[in-house]
Design a binder for this molecule. Structure first.
Ligand code: C5P
Length: 237
């Protein structure tokens, strides 16, 4: 069961003021969530730590704010709740995730997935046998999904995440430039505030001309705060 604090935060989305409920009305938002799995053989894979909680929370919050959401999810260790308006598109590998994203990317793309950086170059068709001498695995880089989307001829508003263990601001700013996104949401992992598998998180947001710190809070509330900032940047007054 989720922590009571998290359940309350999710309930708050049901009772948003009328103005907030139409903040993202008419917008189509594509969100990636969870890890990807890259096959080594039919029974083994390479993957990342990711519960999918942040991406699923953003998808639920975007629906609460009136958006039409496509959620593209890697395989989750435990199922996560979603509003009835969302049927996730389940994928396994980074390549499948990229294809699903490109099928209809919409107006805003939010990349929360922990995509595996590499995949085995030649996955075995049958289960590989243990070799007492060890083994070498040749890996090839996966496509960078958010960078691919940001490089489209008519890109949507792109948001990337950066999970770092040190020098958060420097690495986040570097990623903002390298991936050519509109906004980057960075968080420290591995320390006391580590975001993986947790029900709470904090984020530093960086964009071309500004930054904003969202303090530690339940992921459903954090998702709302992030989307409110995205709306401000998407609809500059
Ligand atoms: O470069 P790094 O993996 O740290 O970047 C993280 C951000 O880029 C996240 O938003 C993640 O979803 C996205 N990403 C991606 N495709 C990849 C690797 C990361 O979309 N192959």
């Amino acid at each position: 069961m989720y922590e009571p604090k998290l359940i309350c935060a999710a309930l708050e989305q049901l009772f948003l003021p009328a103005a907030d409920k139409s903040l993202l009305a008419g917008l189509r938002i594509t969100i990636t969530a969870g890890p990807t799995r890259e096959a080594i053989d039919p029974v083994r894979f390479i993957s990342n730590h990711s519960s999918g909680k942040m991406g699923y929370a953003i998808a639920a919050a975007a629906v609460a704010l009136g958006a039409k959401v496509r959620l593209i999810s890697g395989p989750l260790a435990s199922p996560l709740p979603l509003p009835a308006a969302i049927t996730p598109i389940m994928v396994t590998s980074a390549t499948e995730m990229l294809n699903a994203v490109l099928a209809d990317v919409g107006d805003i793309f939010i990349a929360t997935a922990a995509v595996a950086d590499y995949r085995p170059l030649a996955p075995a068709t049958h289960k590989m046998k243990r070799d007492a001498n060890g083994m070498n695995l040749t890996l090839t880089p996966n496509p960078d999904i958010v960078a691919t989307v940001a490089a489209l001829a008519s890109p949507p508003f792109c948001v990337a995440f950066a999970a770092e263990t040190e020098a958060l601001k420097d690495y986040a700013r570097q990623k903002f430039i390298a991936k050519k996104v509109n906004l980057i949401a960075a968080n420290l992992v591995g320390g006391l505030e580590g975001g993986f598998n947790r029900d709470e998180n904090s984020l530093w947001l960086f964009w071309g001309s500004g930054e904003l710190q969202l303090p530690l809070m339940p992921k459903p509330q954090l998702a709302l705060a992030l989307l409110q900032q995205i709306a401000l940047l998407y609809y500059p007054s």
